[in-house]
Design a protein around this ligand. Structure first.
Ligand code: 13P
Length: 267
């Protein structure tokens, strides 16, 4: 293993209008399959040298045990390594993984509050806030996952996710400025199709209006939930995509990278 990959987190150096294209493997892949797929993902990124300029930030979030080998695989590529979860402190928390260890492994961002964690592991706003604080304290960017349970009026969805964000930072808007938001309507995760582009754009637009009142109009807000190639060019005001199943074919990740690179700046 390349030891240099393990010395510091690959921090998210971004532009004000950065676009993010990332993927989590959740628990879909075994160890060997994860590494094989990661090599394909790195090849997709390497085939696009323009990514080195940094406006489009690709990231990949494999399972915990894959992280050390993944850090070596992505070393030297613009792919930022992420983790799917973290604990909120070092010490007597059997079975958890501390953000400080993730930072040692070269992790640059960590998912917090994914719908599956909230639903199956009873993670509430208080736990999410502890994790956000711990991740920031370890120099890792929280990828805060928010989303309404049922499709509703876009304004109501935006209000719901705004309150999820506020709770995740305990009302500390300076802390919120350290986040990347993954807007993932719960009802669109694991579905055959994503939420409609119009719905997503309206929710994110209304969310941006609410965030702007706290000086956060430029906070990155990406969309996840059955996202696939063809969606990003239809969205307005959205800072990228968080892919799941539809990037198990690494070529689809490459297609979405191309779509992101073709986006005009300031979108
Ligand atoms: O939850 C997601 C990403 O974290 C989305 O997953 P799917 O794209 O498989 O619905």
């Amino acid at each position: 293993m390349d030891a240099t990959a393990l010395t510091s987190p690959a921090s998210l150096c971004t532009f004000p209008d950065s676009l993010y294209v990332g993927v989590s493997t959740k628990m879909y892949m075994g160890y060997a399959r994860s590494l094989e797929w990661l090599e394909q993902l790195v090849a997709e990124v390497d085939a696009r040298p323009a990514l080195a300029a940094g406006r489009v930030v690709p990231f990949v979030i494999p399972s915990f045990p894959v992280l050390p080998a993944a850090a070596a695989l992505v070393a030297g590529s613009p792919l930022v390594l992420g983790a799917q979860n973290c604990g909120w402190a070092d010490g007597p928390w059997t079975g958890e993984v501390a953000p400080s260890m993730l930072a040692e492994l070269g992790v640059g961002l960590v998912e917090i509050g994914h719908a599956e964690r909230r639903r199956h592991f009873a993670e509430d706003d208080a736990v999410v806030a502890l994790k956000v604080g711990a991740a920031v304290g370890s120099g890792i960017t929280p990828l805060l996952c928010v989303g309404e349970a049922e499709a509703c009026a876009p304004e109501a969805a935006a209000e719901f996710v705004f309150h999820q964000i506020k709770a995740a930072v305990s009302g500390d808007w300076a802390m919120a400025a350290r986040l990347v938001i993954a807007y993932e309507p719960v009802w669109a995760i694991g579905a055959p199709e994503p939420a409609s582009a119009q719905y997503v754009s309206m929710v994110v637009g209304a969310l941006r209006d609410a965030l702007a009142q706290h000086g956060l109009s430029g906070l990155p807000v990406i969309y996840g939930g059955s996202a696939k190639p063809g969606l990003l060019p239809q969205l307005s005001g959205v800072s990228g995509l968080f892919l799941g199943r539809f990037a198990h074919d690494a070529a689809n990740f490459g297609r979405v990278l191309d779509e992101a690179m073709a986006q005009p700046t300031g979108c």
